[in-house]
Design a protein around this ligand. Structure first.
Ligand SMILES: *Cc1c(COP(=O)(O)O)cnc(C)c1O
Length: 362
């Protein structure tokens, strides 16, 4: 048995480390979800989220994990006779493609090798030679530590394929990386709160464009739990279709206030500073798994160039220091290891973790 009441400090790419002051938000008295108190909490939180995402369009709070965003996009935004171009560059973007298929939607794959990014040129070429209702991509592919060039991709889409919807998984990007939802004309993006929002899991944030909302009205079999029309109807009263995870939403409100007070430019710069520090260490001691220009600012995947036993290193650091970092994902298990530097992670803790790893490998 582990001592699960005294768990290791988390340096894995989700769930991430949570501050005590955030845990305290989860301990507040619960609210009646159809009462004015809840609507005030909800409305205030959505207003803050709109500032964080630079949008004046729809923001919904959904009591699901981030995968609920995958299902919502599939069920609401693609009709059965339409095809979505799924950009696939790792485990999460691959899985999203399978979610479209599981919901009966037609999928065309744009696949690059794990560790590489999907570029605007690749997407443009595919779209120019086919008929697609939407593209899907992961802004930040958590399994490989690659950040796809979302701004470039969105600019290309505006210029060349403005009629195609842009669906973006921002689960490990939101907060840590810039998202200018309206300016970039994204149609749907989403994240779960246990990544860069630094909140325990249980809630997801969805941003949805007006044109995506209009499109969803034309799509049949949207189902019950993730029906965007139901979300919109309830959002008009600052409520949700079903009983929401109120403690997490209280924590989300708290974190959004902190983020807006800090200023998003500063938040992004803080993530870059942590990432630069971990990347410099990685390059000195190992190598980066992602190409430098696409290396993520929310987590670093470190290539196991020395052929060390990653599982045993993780175990040692956990046993000696009660700190936990991540192994490679799936088939990359021993090929790389991952250190997250998002949300309320801080430089001091990262320095400490890396110095402990130094003691083991040098
Ligand atoms: C973590 C993650 C997911 C899955 O999120 P859940 O909250 O576990 O459902 C999806 N996409 C990316 C890019 C992720 O990092």
């Amino acid at each position: 048995m582990t001592d699960w009441k005294n768990p290791p400090k988390l340096f894995i790419p989700g769930p991430v480390h949570v501050l005590d002051e955030v845990y305290q938000q989860l301990a507040r008295p619960t609210l009646a979800h159809r009462a004015k108190e809840y609507s005030d909490l909800h409305g205030e939180t959505v207003t803050l989220l709109k500032k964080i995402l630079f949008t004046e369009q729809n923001v919904f709070i959904c009591s699901s994990s981030g995968s609920g965003g995958w299902e919502t996009a599939a069920r609401n935004l693609i009709s059965d006779d339409e095809t979505v171009l799924c950009c696939m560059c790792g485990a999460f973007s691959d899985k999203w493609a399978s979610v479209f298929a599981l919901n009966g939607k037609k999928v065309e794959e744009l696949k690059v090798e794990w560790g590489q990014a999907v570029t605007a040129e690749m997407i443009d070429e595919k779209l120019s030679n086919g008929n697609y209702a939407a593209i899907s991509l992961a802004y930040n592919e958590t399994s490989t530590g690659v950040t796809n060039p979302l701004e470039d991709i969105c600019k290309m889409m505006q210029e060349k394929h403005p009629e195609v919807l842009i669906l973006v998984d921002s689960v490990s990007a939101m907060v840590g990386l810039p998202i200018k939802f309206d300016e970039w004309k994204i149609d749907m993006t989403f994240a779960s709160v246990q990544k860069a929002f630094s909140i325990p899991p249980g809630v997801a944030v969805f941003a949805v464009s007006e044109r995506a909302m209009a499109k969803s009205k034309t799509v049949s079999n949207r189902g019950y739990y993730f029906d965007l029309q139901q979300y919109a109807k309830n959002a008009a009263k600052d409520q949700t279709p079903t009983t929401p995870a109120i403690p997490q939403i209280m924590a989300l409100n708290y974190q959004c206030n902190r983020l807006v007070a800090e200023g998003m430019e500063n938040v992004w710069a803080r993530h870059k500073e942590m990432a630069d520090f971990v990347r410099d260490w990685a390059k000195k001691n190992f190598g980066l798994f992602a190409p430098q220009e696409y290396a993520s600012n929310t987590l670093t995947a470190i290539a196991n160039t020395r052929g060390i036993d990653i599982a045993s290193l993780i175990k040692t650091i956990k046993e000696k220091h009660n700190l936990l970092f991540g192994n490679g994902y799936g088939s990359l298990k021993e090929k790389n290891f991952r250190i997250a530097h998002m949300g309320d992670m801080d430089m001091e803790s990262l320095k400490q973790l890396l110095s402990y790893i130094d003691q083991e490998i040098n």
